[in-house]
Design a protein around this ligand. Structure first.
Ligand code: FES
Length: 152
């Protein structure tokens, strides 16, 4: 598969360096958007690791995805300052609105919802990123409005 060829190229480029697994996983996700489960064996083989070891690292770090994202990625801050300003209520609203939980993608493939822990926008909590663009001082109403124009 093309994904497998990409992974094999990345593994070959990094295999000689010590501690290559994390750089490889980052590079794979940067190119493919996720780490496809059917490429884990190739990564393991390239580094003389077991499939279980590689899988363990992928699942340990919430950053790594095993499935493609939706067309838009909504990253909602759940750290302290945002919590104090109502991010839990906002999270509840976002789950309902998008119809999926955190670390999941809406049924129509439009949105992936992810938690983040502080975006450095605490003075304007609560905050989120949509496709990497920051939005702050959120309320459920503003969330809907932003979603509407970001994705129209
Ligand atoms: Fe949410 Fe800092 S805690 S931006």
């Amino acid at each position: 598969t093309p994904a497998l060829a990409t992974v094999q190229r990345i593994v070959a480029a990094h295999a000689q360096q010590p501690g290559a697994l994390l750089p490889i996983l980052h590079a794979v996700q940067a190119e493919l958007g996720h780490v496809p489960p059917d490429t884990v064996q190739a990564i393991a083989d390239g580094l003389n690791l077991s499939r279980a070891e590689v899988h363990g690292v992928i699942t340990f770090y919430p950053h790594f995805r095993q499935a493609p994202t939706g067309r838009h990625v909504v990253e909602l801050c759940r750290a302290e300052s945002c919590q104090a300003m109502g991010s839990e209520r906002l999270a509840e609203h976002a789950r309902k609105k998008l119809g999926c939980d955190f670390h999941a993608t809406s049924a129509n493939g439009a949105y992936t919802l992810e938690p983040v822990y502080c975006l450095g926008l605490c003075a304007q909590s609560p905050a989120m990123l949509i496709d990497g663009v920051p939005y702050a001082r959120l309320t459920p109403k503003r969330f809907d409005k932003i979603l509407g124009y970001v994705t129209e």
